[in-house]
Design a protein. Sequence first.
Lengths: 251, 231
Amino acid sequence: MISLKNIVKKYDDKEVLKNLSVDFPEGKTTVILGPSGSGKSTLLRSLDLLVRPESGTISFSDLTLDYSEPLTKKKSFDIRKKTSMVFQNWNLFPNLTVLQNITTAPETVLKAPKKATEDQARQLLSQVGLSEYADRYPSQLSGGQQQRISICRALAMNPEYILLDEPTSALDPELETQVLLILEELSKMDQSMIIVTHNMQFARSVADKIVFVENGDILFDGTPDDFFNHPTTRIKDFLSGITFDDSQLKK
Amino acid sequence: MWHIIITSLPEMISAMLQFTIPLAIISFIFGLILAVLTALIKFIKPSENKVIRYPWLVLRAIANFYVWLFRSTPLLVQLFIIFFGLPSAGIQLSPFIAAVIGFSLNTGAYASETIRSALMSVPQDQWDAAFTLNFTTKQTLMKIVLPQAVRIALPPLSNSFIGLVKDTSLASSITILEMFQVSQQITAKNFQPLLMYSLAAFLYAVICSLLTLLQHYLERRTSKYVKGSEA
């Protein structure tokens, strides 16, 4: 389990995470929802130290970091080893082929033998249905294909948790579905995942746990059933606000 | 006319091979090494670790001073100080060494800004992606950022190299018998300034055209991953 306690993050004087505590269970899919600018991405990035909160702690089963203390290279390495991020704009390395995008980290960071990393990469590519693209460059692929490859890239490091920061927001609906199907499959395989998304249908079908963030605070932390079927007034507003519905036009 | 060209050409080409080209190539190599180091010192943020932080800030100050100094003063004046000035401070250099030092330092200062801008052009997203995979800063630079930055830096670095080839003519002022100096000497004997200086200009253009071809070749090689490139 990942446990965040009393996380405070400020940009200049603005508090974007306000003394926030939350747990992310292992083997489960946690979906983080909330309006834009609520601090969802900042929260997710804190887990991987791409953002450094001013204070608070993060603990894994065997490792705790106090964000307010100076970060050693060893600790940063150990924490990042447990998590891998999938980005909204996938951020593949354009100068590397698809296969190299997946093998470069195991080779460079874990010093794994080339043969083993390539075998693993080819297997991951076949799982996401992109075997024949191994030697292409990312620029020759569609956004959906690139995002599927970036999921492979994250998986190749065998992290405990995959962190996904709006993985389908930059994709059209058809490409989005290709990516969501893969995430659903990973979720079924009990891969620990934390997903920030705006896709409610997907959140509903895949989440084991929902965390609703607004203004740097957690307004809801519980099951999808409670979230969607017994919402509080604010959540009801949020859910109806993002659902397109004719009746709003008439008002 | 052809007679004059044919008799003076061997002498000029020999000066070109002996001085102009070696000066340009050696100085560019040293300049490039200096430029990469300077650019990295200015580009990489100082670590939080105090043991490294302060020496790094000192290095940065030196790098900033160096770039400021060599961009703020004329190359010709720099050459004069190194060759004619330093002996008064007890440092006597051969003309060739003095020229290499001057050209390298000058090219390094300009090229360091080219390289720094190329490094800055690689999006932060690429760093984030590498960091989440647990790359160190050095690994990210070597495997991800520099290969992308090289592509961006190639055209302006080619400018610097071509500029340097032509600037080697300034070495004539510190007693080096490079191509332009030789053309002056021949002119003094045959009184054909138009012909001789045009010939010198032509030979510079030949070298620079070859460099332009080299640039195109390297651009194709480093751009093969970019959409729409033919490779």
